[in-house]
Design a protein around this ligand. Structure first.
Ligand SMILES: [Cu+2]
Length: 123
């Protein structure tokens, strides 16, 4: 076989390999995009306003920073049970809130930018 034929065949084989790899990579990227989109939607990170309601115990009220600290139960689809601070949508929500009180509160917003929009005392 002449040398130019060998070179041509090797180049064709290389080009075919690169093309197949490129196609496989493109399909993989499309699949990963779908997975990322589904995971973001499941985690509430798709830019949609969401609402959650959960029970919590008031641990502290910080009127100067407009924050209430709750020990809250599991918030399905958003976060597990923990103690953390939440920004209040309206500072008046903290009025008459006692440390140690059990409350049901509503969180609203586009994660991670959420705030408490309602607080109701539980007996
Ligand atoms: Cu939390």
């Amino acid at each position: 076989m002449r040398l130019w034929r060998v070179v041509l065949l090797v180049n064709l084989a290389l080009a075919l390999g690169v093309l197949l790899g490129y196609v496989a990579w493109g399909r993989q990227v499309a699949r990963l995009d779908e997975e990322l989109f589904a995971a973001r939607r499941a985690a509430g990170l798709d830019g949609q306003v969401r609402n959650w309601t959960a029970r919590g115990i008031v641990r502290a009220v910080l009127p100067d920073s407009n924050v209430v600290i709750f020990t809250h139960e599991d918030i399905p689809g958003y976060m597990p049970a923990m103690t953390m601070g939440f920004r209040l949508h309206d500072p008046r929500l903290a009025e008459g809130l006692d440390v140690g009180a059990t409350v049901r509160f509503t969180l609203s917003g586009i994660p991670p930018d959420v705030s408490v929009t309602a607080i109701a005392r539980e007996p």
